[in-house]
Structures are given as structure tokens and as C-alpha cells.
Design a protein. Structure first.
Length: 377
């Protein structure tokens, strides 16, 4: 087992820069999830780590060893893709053992590895079937098994569950997490699924346009996004953003005026802020609640509903803060009856507001629950 270090990894295809210098240190045994919009370079980065693509600059280290120019087969990495790419004419057993045959392993060793992987993934009864006789979930497990038998130092997964239906995704997600704990292997996992990212990751790396925006524990990214991009990308439904103006600056409190909200005093480190600056004020849908349930330091405001969706366990209300034209989503627990044009009284804790620089999008440092400041990016 080994950690993985990327140092200033650059990639360009012809004149097109794709990755702009990625620095990332994945610890030995860590599960890192890579997220970002389509086309931001996630698959390219995985392929570079695996050695399937060359780098245009920078270094890749596995443990202490520089593998930047090593052949894929020498890196001790196994990759699992969205498309399982099993050999259709071979049995499951053969699909699992095939990649091992050109390694210098005895037949007994190969059989033992196949048996162990099959046991881990509960695919023993399927060993003599061919891929077309398997369900999608079973095929994906065989593809994972093919990675396990190679006993790699590092596993790379590129959206491995996106072809599976919802129930199977949940099940296979759990299996991969258990597998990670059991093998203690280093894993880098690409997904578009917020729940997968939040539940599976030790740390999440957010990529955007070939740049690493933030790398941290799931809840650290959710509670303390370094910038507006991460704030909008992590969390579903998305954070609401309102344009505002700084009216007062104290060392630990910014007074921000937002149409409809009035003056909101947000507990953030405003050392780099100045009166008159434009900011983006962020508030998550789940941090807005009914004013009738508000606490002492909450900021209250009026809200005009367009419509609401209730799924029984929770209600999503769509509309606008009265006096502000920005579309807003509110996520309330339980079933709340809301009709079109209803005027609602809402509230939010001032500590739940996020403040981002209007030009750079960088966060003004926020406070943790224990009062300590989070450094801004
Ligand atoms: N072989 C190639 N030649 C030229 N451009 C490429 C090549 N492969 C990828 N790209 C470009 O590199 C960028 C990043 O692609 P990549 O596949 O890494 O994105 P991604 O983040 O995995 O996206 P998705 O979420 O859609 O899978 C894209 O703009 C893509 O068009
Ligand atoms: Mg991709």
C-alpha cells in the first residue's frame, strides 16, 4: 500500500491546456473522491495517474517513488471504468484470471487470488457464467474483482456505478466502501453523484476547469467552502446566492446589505473587506426555516412562494425573498402546506450565511461552531 502525490501536474492536448498544475497528496489508505463539472479533467487526471496518458509537466509519486515516466503495468495501479469492458467470450473466472497470466504467478496463486476476490464480492456462484448471463450490477462487481486480483497499491475508479439503477448503486456503493476498509487500499474515485461523494470520501477534491478548487473532508467543504464555486457545487439543492454590499466592517463581523433581507450581520473574518465592496451572500436551502421556529440571533425575512414540492418527508419551497428578484429554494423538514403567492415568514441563523468576494469569489473566513476561524482560500 502507498500514498499518492501529484506535484504541479499539467496536461495539454496540442495547444489546449486541460490541467493547469494540480497538487494533491492522497494519504496511504485514504479514499479520495474527485468531483467537478463535465469536462473539467477528472478522467484525464485518473488516466495520467494510471499512466495511460503522459503528463505535459509535473510529477507523480507513489509512496516515495517517482513514477511519472513509468509504464502503466509497472505502477501497481488498477482502474475500474464506467463501462465494464469484460471479455464476452470468457467466463467470469477467466475474466478475473486473464490479466494475471502474464505476471510471474503460479497457477495456485492465481486460483487463490480469484477465489478470494470472488468471495469478497459474493460472486462465487457466477464464476462459470459469461458476462452476458450477468446483471449490470454483477458485471460491475466482476470488473471490480478484476482490479482486486491484481493486488494493486492504488485503485482508481471512474464513475463505476453510473450505469446501475438507483437501488443497485446504493448497494454497490456500500460494497466498495466495505472493500476499502477491508483492503486498506488507497482509492481515488470519480463521481457525479453528490451522495456518493459525501458518504464514501475521506476527503473530496473539487476540480473546476483544470484547477483544484478545494480538497477537504466532505463536511468541511459543505460547511466551509473556500470559494463560491465549491459552495455552489457541493450540496443539493444548490446554495442560494444574493448580491449584496458591505456596509460595516468589524474584525469579526461584516454588515451586509441585501435587497429584501436588509442588513445581515455575518460572523466572518472581514480583515480584507472594505465598506462599499460588492459581495455574494450564500445561504443553503436547508439553513432556512420557518420564523415561528426561529432562535434568538436569527435573521428573519419575508418570502413569496411560487410553488412547493412535498415528498412526504420533506418540502421544497420555490420563490423569492420579498423585495429581491433572485430565485430561491427553501428545504423544510416534514410536510408543509404552501400555495402559490403565499407570503411566508422565514429565518436563518446569521452564522449560516456565507460571504464571498464579489470579484474573486473567495470566501471571507468563517467561524467554526467552537468559535475558531477557518482560513479563507
Ligand atoms: N484525447 C484528447 N484529445 C483532446 N482533448 C481531450 C482528449 N481527452 C480529453 N480531452 C478534453 O479534455 C477535457 C477534459 O476531459 P475529461 O474527460 O478529463 O473530463 P471529465 O472531467 O472526465 O468529464 P466527464 O465528467 O464528462 O467525464 C475536455 O475538454 C475534453 O474534451
Ligand atoms: Mg470523465
Amino acid at each position: 500500500m502507498a500514498g499518492l502525490t501529484l506535484q504541479g501536474v499539467v496536461k495539454q492536448y496540442g495547444a489546449h491546456p486541460i490541467l493547469h498544475g494540480i497538487d494533491l497528496a492522497v494519504k496511504d489508505g485514504e479514499f479520495v473522491v474527485l468531483v467537478g463539472p463535465s469536462g473539467c479533467g477528472k478522467s484525464t487526471l485518473l488516466r495520467i495517474i494510471a499512466g495511460l496518458e503522459t503528463t505535459s509537466g509535473g510529477k507523480i509519486l507513489i509512496g516515495d517513488e517517482d513514477v511519472t515516466t513509468q509504464q502503466p503495468g509497472d505502477r501497481g495501479i488498477a482502474m475500474v471504468f464506467q463501462s465494464y469492458a469484460l471479455y464476452p467470450h470468457m467466463t467470469v473466472r477467466k475474466n478475473l484470471s486473464f490479466g494475471l497470466e502474464n505476471l510471474s504467478l503460479s497457477k495456485q496463486d492465481i486460483d487463490a487470488r480469484v477465489a478470494e476476490a470472488a468471495r469478497m464480492l459474493a460472486i462465487e456462484p457466477l464464476l462459470d457464467r459469461r458476462p452476458k448471463q450477468l446483471s449490470g450490477g454483477q458485471r460491475q462487481r466482476v470488473a471490480i474483482g478484476r482490479a482486486i486480483v491484481r493486488d494493486p497499491k492504488i485503485f482508481l475508479f471512474d464513475e463505476p456505478l453510473s450505469n446501475l439503477d438507483a437501488a443497485l448503486r446504493v448497494q454497490t456503493r456500500g460494497e466498495i466502501s466495505r472493500l476499502h476498509k477491508r483492503l486498506g487500499a488507497t482509492m481515488v474515485y470519480v463521481t457525479h453523484d453528490q451522495i456518493e461523494a459525501m458518504t464514501m470520501a475521506d476527503r473530496i477534491a473539487v476540480l473546476n476547469g483544470g484547477n483544484l478548487e478545494q480538497f477537504g473532508a466532505p463536511l468541511e467543504l459543505f460547511d466551509f467552502p473556500a470559494n463560491k464555486f465549491v459552495a455552489g457545487f457541493i450540496g443539493s439543492p444548490q446554495m442560494n446566492f444574493y448580491e449584496g454590499t458591505i456596509r460595516s466592517v468589524a474584525p469579526e463581523l461584516l454588515g451586509i446589505d441585501v435587497p429584501g433581507l436588509g442588513l445581515v450581520n455575518v460572523p466572518v473574518d472581514g480583515t480584507s473587506a472594505a465598506v462599499g465592496q460588492t459581495v455574494s451572500l450564500g445561504l443553503r436551502p436547508n439553513h432556512i426555516h420557518l420564523a415561528s421556529e426561529s432562535a434568538q440571533h436569527d435573521h428573519t425575512f419575508r418570502f413569496r412562494a411560487d410553488y412547493a414540492e412535498s415528498v412526504g418527508t420533506e418540502t421544497y419551497v420555490y420563490g423569492r425573498i420579498e423585495g429581491n428578484s433572485t430565485a430561491t429554494i427553501v428545504h423544510l423538514p416534514g410536510h408543509v402546506a404552501v400555495a402559490e403567492n403565499d407570503l411566508l415568514e422565514f429565518a436563518a441563523a446569521t452564522s449560516h450565511f456565507h460571504v464571498f468576494n464579489g470579484e474573486t469569489g473567495l470566501s471571507y473566513a468563517k467561524r467554526r461552531a467552537d468559535g475558531s476561524l477557518i482560513a479563507a482560500a
